[in-house]
Design a protein around this ligand. Sequence first.
Ligand code: NAP
Length: 319
Amino acid sequence: MTTHPHRNVIIIGSGPAGLTAAVYTARASLAPLVIEGEPSSTSDQPGGQLMLTTEVENFPGFPEGVQGPELMQRMRDQAARFGAEYLTEKATNIDFSSTPKRVWVRDDEYTADAVIVSTGARSLMLNLPDETRLIGHGVSTCATCDGFFFRGQEIVVVGGGDSAIEEASFLTKFATKVTIIHRRDKFRASKIMQERAFANPKIVVRWNSQVTRLIGDAKLTAVEVTDTVTGAVETLAVGGLFVAIGHRPNTDLFAGVLDMDETGYLVTQPGSSRTNIAGVFACGDVQDHTYRQAITAAGSGCMAAIDAERWLEATHAGK
Ligand code: NAP
């Protein structure tokens, strides 16, 4: 067991929310430690979901667009310039019941007066071979982010909930045809959203169907669709596949400690980043299932940094 020097602030998670919180707390001379996660092929890695994106065209300040990983590297460098430190590991345990707050990375213990939680969320995936490889190359989990790249193409959306219907409707702005592929014979989406989709001439629904194979080398070119009733297999030529089968917040570490809603998202007090524990703040997708954009995550990271700074000033000034 190794104990490390005490910190003002520990930030857990390093997507746009965590790194923006790092820029702000570092500039406020709080020398944050960012436990940024460890490299993996999922969104649960340093930089978060943007590491699985290619071009980002809607982050203000980049008129030519920017690659997701480059944007995250720039944020990381920006916080480092003001004194943020990084630990490229995953937090494995926490204890927020005592003062100071404690965070473990395996056997190593880190303590801090304030903690900012920005562990993000992950899109549920179909778990097909090549799916991860093709993310950003025809496979997407965010219509708002990537729809624009599919102008004039035929695309498919997988799912039957509000997200799938909403994404499909949004995508008709760009695509010539959107096929919703759903594994059952009815949607779970709300009636009004369903009616909107059924009324849209660009949307076609394939009931009782599953995408069972992704086809494409550099880029997705087709999907194999299997009828769950007859077993018939068909190949559809498509420019894009949007997986919209739900998200899960990365909150296992905080179960029983931080207040969560029924789907596991952290609950913050309205208009702030405060959680139910004084000195613990949450920002980004881990507490937002509505907007889920890099820019809104970054904005909430700024809020968390300012909330943490003010809380430290009020409770720890002069200590
Ligand atoms: P969801 O309601 O959990 O729906 C997930 C859908 O994906 C279901 O239709 C499910 O099929 C399907 N699915 C799950 N795993 C699958 C797999 N492995 N292969 C194929 N299909 C799979 O998730 P969501 O649509 O993201 O919505 C989450 C919450 O946010 C909901 O409460 C929703 O109402 C809310 N939301 C609201 C709005 C809005 O009001 N504008 C927009 C988006 C989301 P089954 O139906 O067979 O289970």
